[in-house]
Design a protein around this ligand. Structure first.
Ligand SMILES: Cc1cc2nc3c(=O)[nH]c(=O)nc-3n(C[C@H](O)[C@H](O)[C@H](O)COP(=O)(O)OP(=O)(O)OC[C@H]3O[C@@H](n4cnc5c(N)ncnc54)[C@H](O)[C@@H]3O)c2cc1C
Length: 396
């Protein structure tokens, strides 16, 4: 594959860079790429920024033109991400709507659902969350217990969801609920779109160890949801959910690369400028070896991403390669934060609010966040199972 940008891609890169320069207010600039806003004030900025992106036509890059998107190639999306990160742009708050719910509606939604939601997602007016996991249904998602029973023209929903990312700021939820308790586990589930302002919905924040609170538990107590709010066929929510998760798995390693490169660079700078036992940290062979390891990790990840994109653009279906990428990336991410924390000890232990904290608290917060990477989007064990069964053809 050719790693150079084509003339058209280079022109696109310049177009993004110019737009960012002209439209990103300096006070909204982020020194680092953050997937989740650290607090409500920052969330409000992320939301305003997403509306600005919508007005500029930069949301839904990959969506087909007939639905208001740009029909951008995956390479253009990666170029966009790199330029947005370089400009210090906040992330749009509606990652779920743009990357998962919107594409699922385009593929499986009714004409009315498309009309109701797609333009609003593209204008940046909405924030979605995903209501899949429950206290007793994570890896074993098909064990979910939240129920939706038909009563006239409405589904009546009862149950509890947990770990809903963006939940504290979300307007709508893509909810998995059991609509046919008599059917086999995977077959009696439907995906409903639920307005979180409906009576009976309670959204409760989950405070995390890194001081942030981007998750919510969501409780449903006799919540009445219009009958037509089902994505795909009734009782076929499992298929819709699996499709939605492939959109998620396809994008996250690309989105997170800038954050990872940044911490590696900061760790190098720190090791050059700080002493331990009378000599610069960078002269310690163990430190050098770990920095080198992370440099290899980054480049393996970058090249694997490019190979994946290249295959995808030539028509290959996204396959189990995304499981390999996830395994590598999760381990690499945790390694680089382990190193940053060790280099900066004891100040790396101080949180964002402490005057002694390092890198505005991001090493500390992101170290804890890096522990989650082996869990979300399928745990490491689940991805190993997928690789074993689908790549190596091993028995279950
Ligand atoms: C950052 C983050 C964001 C998230 N965002 C969302 C969201 O927006 N919406 C949402 O619905 N959920 C979300 N989740 C929840 C996430 O999907 C679940 O945490 C995940 O599926 C694991 O489920 P669990 O926590 O119940 O762990 P469990 O499934 O109980 O797993 C516990 C342990 O058992 C292992 N294990 C389980 N089954 C097997 C098996 N078959 N073979 C081998 N080992 C196994 C796991 O690998 C793990 O080590 C998020 C989680 C995180 C960390």
């Amino acid at each position: 594959m050719d790693l150079k940008l084509s003339p058209a891609e280079e022109a696109f890169r310049q177009q993004v860079a110019t737009w960012m320069k002209e439209n990103l207010p300096p006070q909204w600039r982020r020194d680092r790429f953050e997937v989740f806003p650290p607090d409500d004030d920052t969330a409000a900025i992320f939301r305003q920024w997403q509306e600005k992106l919508g007005a500029g036509g930069w949301l839904g890059l990959s969506w087909p033109k007939q639905y208001g998107g740009r029909g951008a190639t995956m390479m253009e999306q990666v170029i966009y991400m790199a330029e947005a990160a370089a400009a210090g742009a906040p992330a749009p708050l509606d990652s779920m709507g743009l990357n998962m719910v919107g594409p699922a509606l385009i593929e499986m939604g009714t004409p009315e659902q498309k009309q109701q939601f797609l333009p609003r997602i593209l204008r940046g007016e909405m924030v979605w969350c995903q209501g899949f996991s429950e206290p007793n249904a994570g890896s074993d998602l098909a064990g979910l217990q939240t129920k939706a029973a038909l009563d006239g023209d409405h589904w009546v929903v009862n149950g509890q969801k947990t770990w809903s990312s963006y939940g504290p700021w979300a307007d709508w939820c893509a909810l998995l609920a059991r609509t046919n308790p008599a059917a086999p586990r995977h077959k009696g589930i439907s995906m409903l779109t639920v307005d979180l302002k409906t009576p009976g919905v309670t959204v409760r924040r989950i405070k995390q160890i890194n001081g942030k609170a981007e998750f919510a538990e969501i409780f449903f107590d006799n919540v009445r949801v219009p009958r037509e709010n089902v994505i795909g066929a009734v009782d076929n929510g499992w298929g819709v959910a699996m499709r939605l998760l492939t959109y998620e798995r396809g994008v996250y390693t690309m989105f997170e690369l800038p954050r990872y490169v940044r911490v590696w660079q900061e760790a190098c700078d720190y090791a050059r400028t700080h002493m331990r036992r009378g000599r610069p940290l960078i002269e310690d062979p163990a430190v050098r070896e770990q920095l080198a390891q992370s440099y290899f990790d980054i480049n393996i990840m970058r090249l694997t991403n490019l190979r994946y994109i290249s295959g995808y653009m030539k028509g290959a279906a996204p396959g189990e390669e995304s499981s390999l990428m996830k395994l590598h990336w999760a381990a690499a991410d945790q390694r680089v934060y382990d190193l940053a924390m060790a280099l900066g000890a004891p100040f790396s232990l101080a949180m964002r609010t402490s005057p002694r904290t390092l890198s505005e608290g991001s090493w500390n917060a992101d170290y804890f966040y890096s522990r989650t990477i082996t869990i979300y989007g399928g745990t490491q064990d689940i991805h190993r199972n997928l690789i074993a069964e689908r790549i190596y053809g091993l028995p279950r």
